[in-house]
Design a protein around this ligand. Structure first.
Ligand code: BES
Ligand code: MN
Ligand code: ZN
Length: 486
């Protein structure tokens, strides 16, 4: 699929045109008069303030797809992505080969950023979760060959970035979507190697013996109950050369979370194949930075393992020493994410990183607090947390700040060791963040994204399929780009 920018009104030989229509009903002036006529007719008939697509066939001309774009004052990167995605989704089962997309702008987003988000949205809509269906017609996407973006000004750079970012989100979604029997820690490590080689990024895999030598007993404790060997993935992007890292990404890589001895109920347990969505996000993001040749140095790590019950599994009450030297009492073997993450956070600090962002499907409690549309954002100092929030906003990921103070840090004290991995139900997402904080050294800026509410959609929506959503990928890429400019 090839993206190209054209001037508005200059869209020859296309099969379909997607036009966003804001509540003010102002249609881009340069639009062809026949197209304007159809849009006006549709917009009189349809409720266009909401995000959905109405399509009309106009004699021998192209199919016109009008997508409600809401209020211009609310227009942002996420809305722009959804408009494009909803438009393309309405073309499923059509034979659209050449598509034009009218890129409008609004209060919160200029034309270049809108174009970038539109490219991301087209790619987002061209990914489907039915990877293991044997019949093709169950996932029939339009055979898109060319996508023309009708946009003011030159959008070459916006297209280049939109393609890299949109593809990265889809890579993360594909990995999260794969069942746990196929996406084992070993398979994910092999994927990371392949993707890294393709992106010009360095990739090193630490096996159990290496992790043991480094003292990662907290991470390794989670792997004890599984026959699958754990893999600690390390990727390095040296975009500016020189020493040190501008940022470190740490992703939770539990390829299946049964809960371990503190086993989960059967209902929805199959969804825990995607408990490596954080790992998928950091792998895809650092690879995109490599492809884009972003001038920052970034290290990304993903401690990967299954969490299963077995003869060798951790028992509630067991104590382990983490790589930081702190001892951990495992109260609940289902609170395994924090156990693998602390060793990841310590590892990147030993490598010299002083800005750390971790991404994890960490707690069901974050979905209780924020629902399914915002990821929880924690960290310190406040200035850094705000930097991450700003990157998320610009990138189109939705995050919401959560508190983290000393009272929560007190709640994770253990009776017999330094810290305990569970502290009851109240404020569960915050207690988990407090546990991670115990591995953050003085002088390290740290942010934590709990994506357990946002990683998966249970409903098919006009702009997104039921399935993996690929949160945080765009935020991490944006952050890597911002640090290159800093
Ligand atoms: N992977 C889960 C969290 C999760 C739940 C992610 C639902 C996505 C959807 C995590 O490992 C977990 O089990 N957390 C426990 C923590 C508790 C035992 C302290 C939880 O949220 O119940
Ligand atoms: Mn768990
Ligand atoms: Zn988990």
């Amino acid at each position: 699929m090839k993206f190209r920018s054209v001037r508005q009104g200059d869209m020859p030989g296309v099969d379909a045109i997607i036009v966003p229509l804001f509540e003010d009903r102002i249609i881009p002036k340069a639009l062809d008069s026949r197209v304007r006529a159809v849009v006006e007719r549709i917009s009189r008939e349809a409720e266009v303030s909401r995000l959905y697509a109405v399509s009309a066939h106009h004699g021998e001309g192209p199919r016109i797809v009008v997508v409600g774009a809401g209020k211009r004052t609310e227009f942002d990167a996420q809305r722009a992505l959804r408009i494009a995605s909803a438009g393309v989704k309405s073309l499923w089962r059509s034979r659209t080969k050449r598509l034009a997309l009218v890129v409008d702008s609004g209060a919160g987003l200029d034309a270049a950023h809108a174009a970038r988000a539109a490219v991301e949205g087209v790619l987002f809509a061209m990914w489907r979760p039915e990877a293991h269906r044997t019949k093709d017609e169950d996932r029939r996407l339009p055979p898109l060959e060319a996508v023309l973006l009708a946009v003011d000004g030159d959008a070459k750079e916006a297209i280049r970035r939109g393609e890299a970012v949109g593809e990265a989100v889809n890579v993360a979604r594909r990995h999260a979507n794969e069942p746990a029997n196929k996406m084992t820690p070993t398979a994910l490590a092999a994927e990371a190697k392949r993707i890294a080689a393709d992106a010009g990024v360095d990739c090193e895999i630490l096996d159990a013996a290496k992790c043991r030598a480094l003292g990662m007993h907290s991470f390794l404790s989670v792997a004890q109950g599984s026959h699958e060997p754990p893999q600690f993935i390390v990727m390095r992007h040296a975009g500016r050369g020189g020493k040190g890292y501008d940022a470190a990404f740490v992703g939770k890589g539990i390829t299946f979370d049964s809960g371990g001895i503190s086993i989960k109920p059967a209902e929805a347990m199959h969804r825990m194949k995607a408990d490596m969505t954080g790992a998928a996000a950091v792998i895809a993001a650092v690879a995109a930075l490599g492809k884009l040749r972003t001038r920052s140095n970034v290290i990304a790590v993903a401690p990967c393992t299954e969490n299963l019950p077995g003869g060798g599994a951790t028992k509630p009450g067991d104590v382990f020493t983490s790589m930081s030297g702190k001892t951990v009492e495992v109260i609940n073997t289902d609170a395994e994410g924090r156990l693998v993450l602390v060793d990841g956070i310590t590892y990147v600090q030993r490598e010299g990183a002083r800005r750390v962002v971790d991404v994890a499907t960490l707690t069901g409690a974050i979905a209780v607090a924020l629902g399914r549309h915002f990821s929880g954002l924690f960290g310190k100092p406040e200035g850094f947390v705000e930097e991450v929030a700003a990157a998320a906003r610009a990138a189109g990921d939705r995050v919401w700040p959560m508190p983290l103070t000393d009272e929560y840090r007190e709640e994770i004290r253990s009776d017999i060791a330094d810290i305990a991995n569970s502290a009851g139900r109240d404020g569960g997402a915050i207690n988990a963040a407090a546990f991670l904080d115990a591995a953050v050294e003085d002088g390290t800026q740290w942010a934590h994204l709990d994506i357990a509410g946002t990683y998966w959609a249970d409903l098919e929506r006009p702009y997104t399929p039921k399935g993996p959503q690929g949160p945080a990928v765009r935020t991490l890429i944006e952050l890597g780009e911002r640090l290159a400019r800093a």
